[in-house]
Design a protein around this ligand. Structure first.
Ligand code: FE2
Length: 157
């Protein structure tokens, strides 16, 4: 169990004057926040996380050097062409660099450059549109699988 050094806590909370103005509930909240931050710091260090956030340039250098991007959806893993994010033997081990987006991307650009293959959702939206469903349903059909590109689905299957 970590020890609490009162002077460090008081200093972290803004000093004796600031702490003196807090009521008991505010002090309890502030102490909880302080301890939570201490726990996060020690856990990140234990996991080998860098002591400072990576710069954009550092992250950019790593993009095509690893099998994953920062994220967990199919967009972030080699093998993103299938809905489960499993890399096929024919696919590269590391994620490729993304094709740059146009300066003024449209929704179609996102489907073409980020969420492809998108035929399934385009077909779904087209069928809803053709059948006369309301715009909300058409939009839902168009977007219903976008989440898989952004985060790994776990429905227990
Ligand atoms: Fe779907």
């Amino acid at each position: 169990m970590a020890s609490i050094e009162p002077q460090k806590v008081i200093s972290a909370l803004g000093g004796p004057l600031a702490v003196g103005k807090m009521d008991a509930e505010a002090k309890a909240e502030a102490l909880e926040g302080y301890l939570s931050a201490q726990l996060d710091t020690s856990e990140f260090a234990r996991l080998g996380a860098p002591s400072r956030p990576m710069t954009v340039a550092e992250l950019d250098e790593l993009i095509d050097q690893r099998p994953i991007r920062r994220g967990i959806g199919t967009l972030f893993a080699s093998g993103g062409t299938n809905p489960f994010g499993n890399r096929l033997p024919t696919e590269p081990v590391n994620v490729p660099r993304l094709t740059p987006m146009p300066s003024r991307p449209t929704l179609a650009d996102f489907f073409r450059l980020r969420f492809a293959p998108a035929m399934h959702v385009l077909q779904s939206a087209d069928k809803a549109l053709t059948a006369g469903y309301p715009e909300e349903i058409v939009l839902a059909c168009l977007l219903h699988d976008v989440g898989q590109a952004l985060m790994k689905a776990d429905h227990g299957w």
